[in-house]
Design a protein around this ligand. Structure first.
Ligand code: ADP
Ligand code: MG
Length: 371
């Protein structure tokens, strides 16, 4: 370990990817490419196309920023890179002669959604024995799956809102019977692909006539669908950063998402990325001290409940009668400099470049394999 830190660690930034959050990931990469300390780290920028091809890409942050006026995207059809899954190879190999980036010390997966944030990539990195930023295989998989995440949180004593799950087999066998399982849930309902993000495929349904179409829309993104009763409450989020060594997780000041009444009935994709005026992110959230303490304690517990590592953002609903209903944990939360997670840490005294540094430090000091 000390030998890696004595020289410049070679860090592969992975971004883009196969999920619907491809471009969000590219914008995150712009932020990290801009802020990462090149005097301390050698950066190897690796773009993953929507088809899953890996290639060495432009290291200039401006190429990937939204300021360029277009939505950034890793081009398809140019992939030449691969990571050997052989134990200990730790090598990025190119099929273009003489273009192999060679050995890497660490991977920073700036990927959201399936095939990046869900444990699949983490599995490849474990096989290759390459350390990486963030959660391992099982925590990533649990954090991606809005069904199993709830199972784990319920078992850990969290308040989880009422929900049902419709699997692909259930739906194919008898859609009417599957829809009927949602009858006990009070409207409005939120219908979600079990494993997606950025609100993609999520619908709010105000009466039973809209339920079938909402399930079909969610199934466009994932054959497994979660239907939840709507929770009335404020949306409060808290950043968690793994402690060094055997230290407990650190938590940020909480932030709040307030969706302006009007065009958006919830924090949907447009409100997140398109319609800047639709939602206000505020940090610190205006809460009594005792509530701040409570949500920070719960966020750290949620991090430990799924066995998360590195970073997570934990999202709650704070009900008018003062209950904390957990909504989700994100093991690779939005990570542009203006995203909630980095903003909450900035307000808590850890600036974006220092946050990147800390995540790299944690990853370089974490072993691969069972831990
Ligand atoms: N059970 C619910 N009750 C009320 N609002 C919800 C519920 N589930 C989701 N929402 C709204 O939808 C948004 C996106 O849902 P979420 O589960 O966080 O999905 P994603 O992983 O895509 O962020 C939330 O930020 C919130 O505004
Ligand atoms: Mg969310």
């Amino acid at each position: 370990m000390t030998d890696i830190l004595a020289r410049k660690p070679r860090i592969a930034l992975l971004f883009g990817g196969r999920s619907s959050e491809h471009s969000v990931s590219c914008v995150t990469a712009a932020g990290v490419l801009h802020a990462i300390d090149r005097a301390k780290y050698e950066v190897v920028p690796v773009g993953i196309s929507r088809e899953g091809e890996w290639s060495l890409v432009d290291a200039d942050h401006e190429h990937w920023s939204l300021a360029s006026g277009t939505v950034p995207e890793v081009p398809s059809g140019t992939g030449t890179l691969r990571l050997e899954a052989t134990r200990g190879s730790r090598e990025l190999v190119s099929s273009d002669a003489g273009r192999s980036p060679g050995p890497i010390d660490l991977v920073f997966p700036l990927l959201h959604g399936p095939f990046g944030e869900d444990g699949t990539l983490q599995g490849l990195l474990e096989l290759a024995d390459v350390p990486y930023v963030g959660s391992g295989v099982s925590a990533s998989a649990i954090g991606m799956d809005k069904h199993y995440m709830k199972v784990v949180f319920e078992a850990a004593g969290f308040e989880v809102g009422p929900y049902v799950v419709i699997t692909d087999k259930q739906w194919n066998r008898d859609p009417e019977a599957a829809l009927a399982t949602a009858a006990p849930l009070a409207y409005p309902l939120f219908v979600k692909p079990a494993r997606a993000g950025s609100s993609v495929g999520i619908s709010r349904v105000d009466d039973p006539s809209g339920l079938r179409a909402a399930v079909e829309a969610a199934r466009e993104h994932d054959p497994k669908v979660v239907i939840e009763a709507g929770i009335a409450g404020r949306e409060i989020e808290c950043g968690v950063l793994e402690g060094r060594g055997s230290d407990a997780p650190r938590t940020s000041l909480p932030g709040e998402i307030a969706v302006a009444p009007g065009a958006h009935s919830f924090y949907d994709f447009e409100a997140k990325y398109v319609d800047g005026a639709a939602a206000a992110l505020s940090c610190p959230a205006e809460l009594p001290d005792a509530a701040v303490e409570e949500v920070r304690r719960l966020a750290a517990r949620a991090f430990d409940a799924v066995g998360a590592e590195g970073l997570s953002r934990v999202d709650f609903f704070y009900t008018p009668d003062g209950r904390w209903v957990i909504n989700e944990i994100n093991t690779m939360p939005g990570f542009t400099p203006v995203s909630m997670y980095p903003q909450m840490w900035a307000k808590s005294g850890l600036a974006y470049p220092d946050l990147i540094d800390e995540l790299i430090w944690l990853a370089l000091h974490r072993r691969t394999g069972l831990r």
